[in-house]
Design a protein around this ligand. Structure first.
Ligand code: C5P
Length: 232
């Protein structure tokens, strides 16, 4: 079983990311690679993480017509990533085709991004011409992702329990916005502590700065495992 913390490798250079993987690999099974690092390392960071015996969450958020997204999904699967994501707003045909190739692979799980947390209700009116709230749209998109066969969604820890209630407990909830009890919020707003998150249905916590910017990142990770009772 993979441990429930995913460390976000939000670094611009290959060297910084490598140092982080090398330092944390004893306590971390999955590292998240986003667009910045993937592009700056021409994708080579994925192979590096695998060469250290660790798994990759490829956070490239594919969003295109069904055929193009399916081809991108096949690329992610060919890289043997454990997790990757697509935009749930790309529609159910797109999600179904991606879910099918992912489920055939048996290794790569695909999760849906519902509504980016940087968007608010006013953006729904402006960009999508709807009076529905961000929460309503996100919940509907999570249900569509589930009905299309995706393995889970990226969501706020505050939505994990209700998504599990609608989509079932096997449906993965992968959540950023995690902050330590005593920690700095940085630019995150709707946050949760690791203990609260795990108690409320979060399967994997995506954590960046509270770990990567800490003086002793390994100690922070071990304290989180202790806080959530992991390994007992
Ligand atoms: O440093 P921090 O713990 O805030 O990092 C969280 C990670 O999760 C970052 O890589 C950020 O881009 C990502 N993320 C997020 N909120 C989302 C989706 C992804 O914070 N809704």
């Amino acid at each position: 079983m993979l441990r429930p913390i995913i460390v976000a490798l939000d670094f611009p250079t290959f060297d910084e990311a490598k140092v982080c993987v090398d330092n944390l690999k004893s306590e971390i099974d999955i590292f998240k690679v986003g667009l910045e690092l993937f592009l700056n390392t021409k994708g080579e960071i994925v192979e590096y993480i695998h060469s250290k015996g660790r798994e990759v969450f490829l956070d490239l958020k594919f969003h295109d017509i069904p055929n193009t997204t399916e081809q991108a999904a096949k690329f992610a699967i060919s890289q043997n990533v454990f997790l990757y994501n697509i935009h749930a707003s790309g529609g159910m045909e797109m999600m179904k085709r991606v879910a099918k190739v992912s489920r055939e692979s048996e290794k790569s799980r695909v999760i849906g991004v519902t509504i980016l947390t940087s968007l608010e209700n006013s953006d729904m009116h402006e960009g999508f011409l709807t009076d529905a709230t961000v929460g309503d749209v996100a919940t509907k998109l999570a249900k569509n992702a589930c009905d299309s066969g995706l393995h889970g969604v990226v969501c706020s820890p505050h939505e994990a329990a209700s998504i599990k209630a609608v989509c079932g407990k096997e449906f993965l909830t992968v959540c950023p916005g995690i902050r330590l009890e005593s920690g700095d919020l940085q630019d995150q707003k709707r946050v949760a502590t690791p203990r609260w998150a795990v108690k409320n249905g979060v399967d994997f916590m995506v954590i960046g700065r509270p770990i990567t910017k800490a003086e002793n990142p390994l100690e922070v990770i071990k304290n989180i495992y202790k806080e959530i009772g992991y390994g007992k």
